[in-house]
Ligand binder design. Structure first.
Ligand code: ZN
Length: 128
């Protein structure tokens, strides 16, 4: 593999030209340029309204599902969903290649939030 001698980094995201599918022009990678070209704040408003309409529709149980690994990002997402008024089911999709600490950490995050989690391991991964 030939690595570029000059590495250009995107000024907005972690992408740089060490990744062969990334090119950088005008300080932005192609992905950030495409995001700017296609981003429509009205779409985000409509999407948020659609999701918020789902609150309370879980027949007394869950009205959202949140995948959690127990790391900061998924735990924050779970907290945010609860704060928005949803009753989420926290789950972990154990594909069989998680490091050993992930599932117990996810369970702890779900328990702390009072929302599960359920641990699901697909049968294909179980056979591996
Ligand atoms: Zn970028």
């Amino acid at each position: 593999m030939n690595l570029p001698t000059v590495v250009l980094a995107c000024s907005r995201c972690p992408n740089d030209t060490r990744n062969p599918i990334i090119d950088v022009h005008g300080g932005l990678c192609r992905l950030c340029q495409q995001f700017d070209h296609h981003y429509n704040p009205a779409d985000l408003v409509r999407e948020r309204e659609f999701v918020q309409d789902l609150r309370g529709t879980g027949a007394g149980r869950h009205d959202a599902m949140v995948g959690v690994s127990g790391g900061k990002d998924s735990t924050a997402a779970l907290a945010q969903v609860i704060e928005l008024g949803f009753t989420p089911l926290a789950f972990t999709l154990d594909t069989g290649y998680y490091p050993a600490h992930i599932v117990p950490r996810a369970r702890a995050a779900g328990r702390q939030a009072g929302r599960g989690p359920r641990n699901h391991r697909p049968s294909a991964a179980r056979a591996a």
